[in-house]
Design a protein around this ligand. Structure first.
Ligand code: PAF
Length: 282
């Protein structure tokens, strides 16, 4: 197991892998690893000769300073967790100045409108921050394949767009959402939920499953009304948005069209902890 903190040593190691003709898989993370991350790492290990996992809480993608401050940082535990899976993983865990120097700012991107939907409406600058760090990491790691969870489905679409626009030679692999037994989507933020909050948060997935059942039978607006009522009747969670959208361009869907793929999306608060989830509707 190798843990590197400097980009120069990372690049040197990557060059050595490439000179040996090895394929490189990449799993970018912000640490506080859970089973969802581990499944991405296992998937990368099964398809690539070498796997790089980055652990970096990226400051430019947080629109809320308190969210950044409270984001769990558990490097030692993360390293131990990865070791249980494989000792063949290279961990890249840089400090912020190694990535950004003294200028912790985002680049401005256009993702052809994807960035203005859902999360983009509520988290100003978030996707510029994600684009900035993923671009920087892709330039350092130069992976053949990079793995992202569908829990952050909008992020996944945006990263595919980034790769397309910059013509980066990397295959972006989207991986299914990993869930707790209750159905709650796994997230590093779940660690901050009390056991009661955690139980209540399972409602998000139950609602999404009902939406999946009803889509095509009821109209999108009837479904939206039902979802808003469910949240109103369950004050443990506060709905930020519910959206049924076209799965490719993430534009709001009003009805179901033949040959079109749709997903439903929810962002909700449990106390001050923001949770997101989504489900494929067809
Ligand atoms: O999904 C995440 O954990 C982050 O947004 C990512 C892709 C590692 C960039 O910081």
């Amino acid at each position: 197991m190798q843990i590197l903190k400097e980009k120069q040593s990372l690049k040197k190691q990557i060059r050595a892998y490439k000179q040996q003709g090895l394929t490189v898989g990449f799993v970018p993370t912000m640490g506080a690893l859970h089973e969802g991350h581990i499944s991405l790492i296992k998937k990368a290990l099964s398809a690539c000769d070498k796997v790089v996992v980055s652990i970096f809480v990226n400051p430019t993608q947080f629109d809320n300073p308190s969210d950044l401050e409270k984001y769990p940082r558990t490097l030692e535990k993360d390293v131990a967790r990865i070791m249980e899976v494989s000792d063949k993983v290279l961990i890249f865990s840089p400090a912020a100045n190694e990535i950004y120097g003294n200028n912790i700012v985002s680049e401005n991107f256009s993702f052809d409108g994807l960035e203005h939907e859902m999360e983009g409406k509520f988290r100003t600058g978030h996707f510029d921050g994600v684009g900035t760090i993923v671009k920087k990491l892709f330039e350092m790691v130069e992976p053949h394949k990079a793995y992202f969870g569908e829990k952050d489905y909008q992020q996944l679409q945006i990263i595919k767009k980034l790769v397309e626009k910059l013509q980066l030679p990397v295959e972006v692999v989207g991986c299914p959402i990993d869930r707790e037994i209750s159905g709650l989507a796994r997230s590093s933020r779940n660690e901050r939920l009390s056991s009661e909050q955690r139980q209540n948060a399972a409602l998000i997935y139950r609602i999404l499953q009902q939406v999946q059942n009803d889509f095509g039978i009821k109209s999108a607006s009837e479904i939206a009304t039902w979802v808003h009522n469910e949240f109103r009747n369950n004050p443990a969670l506060e709905l930020e948005y519910f959206e049924i959208a076209n799965a490719d361009d993430l534009k709001t869907a009003t009805d179901k069209k033949e040959g079109q793929k749709y997903r439903a999306f929810i962002a909700a608060y449990s106390g001050d902890i923001r949770l997101i989830d989504n489900i494929a509707l067809n």
